[in-house]
Design a protein around this ligand. Structure first.
Ligand code: UDP
Ligand code: MG
Length: 312
């Protein structure tokens, strides 16, 4: 029988974990495959780990990995994928925002129609603050224009992948992991299932607007170097403008003499040009910072305890 691994990152989710488990128990009946749950406890400060341990005692197909502190969802996804042994693997949020009811259709599409990946995307962002939706949409527009790797608006990390796809993703060893990009970078035949946004069952979102903003910058830095080119182009444009201005001033001085005036405009220009310079240095700095982290080659996560044994 085929085995399907659900990788479930959890950060302070004591209320959602039991509800999630009940839902999975329900869908297990309709699916002709073993469904294994790999909970990744991302340094929760509540009872999440105890609940995972309880479940794993009752159910052989529940595994857990517990980090030594909060490393973020990206790290949790990586740990889960590395621990997975199933023929098919998917990431699933524990808050039931990734409808488990889609799973049987996802398995069918891979098995019968030969897709390698079945992804899900929400076509609405109902229930989300409007300002967040607005910036999310802008972000997808910008990154898709700048990067060759296509990022699908509304695509979730909830995607069923074959072993081959998972292995390809694990081949990408970078430290700054931006999974939305890595998933599409590896390619393969992808089918998208669409669904309406679902609210989380319990608890609250772990993503503030600021955290999402930083995450968006990470995505851009990880998947395109267009900002560096833009910095260079802005530099060229400023040089050209300066050149024209110099000629203009020389000619004007020769024709009309040189009465000293115009320092306010000079002050403005100095501000503008130094602002643009700082911006460009900042952009370059972002890339250097990422390189610095990459070069240090620290582990993406540290496991404190786990009951995953790759041989069973
Ligand atoms: N999560 C995590 N580590 C974090 C933040 C979130 O493992 O540092 C998990 C969280 O427990 C949930 C999933 O990632 O299962 C998605 O988080 P959330 O529902 O808060 O995000 P949203 O759906 O609001 O984008
Ligand atoms: Mg959620």
């Amino acid at each position: 029988m085929k085995k399907v691994d659900l990788v479930v990152p959890c950060y302070n989710e004591e209320e959602s974990i039991p509800l999630f488990y009940e839902e999975i128990k329900k869908i297990r009946k309709d699916i002709d495959a073993l469904i294994e749950i790999i909970f990744v406890n991302d340094g929760s400060k509540d009872k999440s780990l105890e609940i995972m341990k309880e479940l794993s005692k009752k159910d052989k197909l529940v595994k857990y990995i517990s980090f030594s502190r909060n490393f973020g969802k990206e790290a949790a996804m990586l740990a889960g994928l590395e621990a997975s042994t199933g023929d098919y693997v998917t990431i699933m949020d524990v808050d039931l925002q990734d409808p488990p009811s889609l799973l049987s259709e996802m398995i069918r599409l891979i098995e019968e129609e030969g897709y390698d990946i079945v992804g899900t995307r929400r076509v609405t962002r109902k229930g989300e603050p409007p300002i967040r939706s607005f910036f999310a949409r802008r972000f997808y527009k910008i990154i898709n224009r700048m990067s060759k790797v296509e990022m699908v608006d509304g695509a979730r990390d909830y995607r069923l992948m074959t072993r081959q796809v998972v292995n390809s993703i694990l081949e990408l060893k970078e430290y700054n992991r931006y999974s939305k990009g890595l998933f599409s970078y590896v390619g393969f035949n992808t089918k998208w299932l669409e669904y309406e946004n679902v609210q989380r069952v319990a608890g609250e979102t772990k993503w503030s607007f600021w955290k999402l903003f930083i995450y968006a910058i990470e995505g851009i830095v990880a998947f395109t170097t267009v900002p560096l080119t833009l910095a260079a182009i802005i530099g060229i444009i400023f040089c050209l403008i300066a050149f024209v201005m110099i000629i203009f001033i020389i000619v004007k001085t020769l024709v009309y003499g040189d009465p000293t005036s115009g320092w306010p405009s000079m002050a403005c220009i100095i501000f503008l040009v130094s602002g643009v310079q700082l911006l460009c240095v900042g952009v370059i700095g972002e890339y250097i910072a990422k390189m610095y982290l990459e070069v240090k080659n620290r582990p993406v996560y540290i496991i404190k305890e786990s009951n995953v044994n790759k041989n069973d």
